[in-house]
Design a protein around this ligand. Sequence first.
Ligand code: FA5
Ligand code: MG
Length: 450
Amino acid sequence: MPYPTSTALRSPPAAPSREPYKLYGQTYPLDTHSNLPPTIISKLDRGLLTHPSHPLSILRQIIQDHFASATSIVHPNPVVSVFQNFDELGFPADHPGRAVTDSYYLNKDYMLRAHTSAHEVETYRSGLDHWLLSADVYRRDEIDASHYPVFHQMEGTHVWSESELDALPALNAKLAADLAGCPLVIEDTTQISPSNPYQPSHDPRHAAQITQHLKHSLNSLIFRLFGGVAQSGGEPLRVRWIEAFFPFTTPSYEVEVWWGGEWLELLGCGVVMQKTLDLAGQSHKSGWAFGLGLERIAMVLYNIPDIRLFWSTDARFLSQFKPGQITQFKPYSKYPPCHKDMSFWLPEATVAVEAGSEAGGAGEGVTKVEAGRRVFHENDYCEIVREVAGDLVETVTLIDDFTHPKSKRQSKCYRLNYRSMDRSLSNEEVNALQDQVQKRVVSEMGIEMR
Ligand code: FA5
Ligand code: MG
């Protein structure tokens, strides 16, 4: 697999264990890509999506009930081939999501899925036309209240064979009539254009009907989820459609909802690239797909302030939720935070890459790096912090970024905010964690403390 040459000199990932990974009855020999830390391995069997009173499982069930005619799958095994996660879906060889700084690799051929789209081809191949597939997905990422290296997505799709497409205008008219009765403001100025075209192999009238059906179906889901709560404030719900790019759909969109005074991204979607269906032996079909983040939706619907809470085994968390219901989470305690700053110099001639590339999408905000330069990747730094402090670290924020005017050497200062979800932390405990992080980043990333 060709990777960007820049990754050759990247800072090394957290030291992998010497033993090959043994997961789900398979043994995966290690190589230079292997970067699965014990903290992630310990998350593999938690099964939050099938725990009957877990908020993520309840939300999954509510969405499944909304799409009552779809087949619902909870996919248990997160190990996929790199081919399934990326190549099969048309990701270019140099897509930033492929970097070892952004994804979790067992070795160069196998990884933990970074999105549920990794299962599209195999699920279409099984002959299903309308399905929802929910699963845990894994991405190396920044650390804050809304990012965690494991989260949950649901892939939803509906495809039709050529002859069935003639039924779409009537289905769309019905869906549009239902939506017209909802207090919902849909902001959609997207257009079919050279940057977001229909596929050349599609009849544009069919592609337009599929796109309409996608939009109606998702607007109706979003109204089901958010409409009731929004209405209690007397305001109609606002939903916004924006043009997007995914290698495996066109036209492509992202959908946002106006919530708590800001636009919140819920999902990515589009008309399935015909190549995906061809690979699955379903060339005679066409349709749409979406991928949504269950935590993003659950956090606002249940009023859960921190993404780490989903992993809590504390009865004070789990006892608050009931199947079939969306209730407001009542914080049982808020323990005091404790922050520590860490300032350091990067090795000379290093290029810094910030966190925030998206394995599923356009990879916006990613610095392209020329060959032959050292790279400091924020995701590597965050991974070491997580290795040492686990769920005790709440946020890692860059608070100062400075380049020395003469030497051109770059320095950075990160603020590590520590806070436990279920107890008070002592200052000594936090100092010890900070100390360990410091030792590891110095030895593993070649940086120098200021
Ligand atoms: C994808 O993962 C695409 N596979 C979605 C898709 C499916 C597009 C099918 C077209 C057709 P993206 O990386 O944007 O796209 O993630 C999709 C959703 O997952 C986001 O809208 C968001 O709700 C959620 N998500 C993404 N990253 C995170 C994260 N770090 N933490 C929590 N939720 C996230
Ligand atoms: Mg996105």
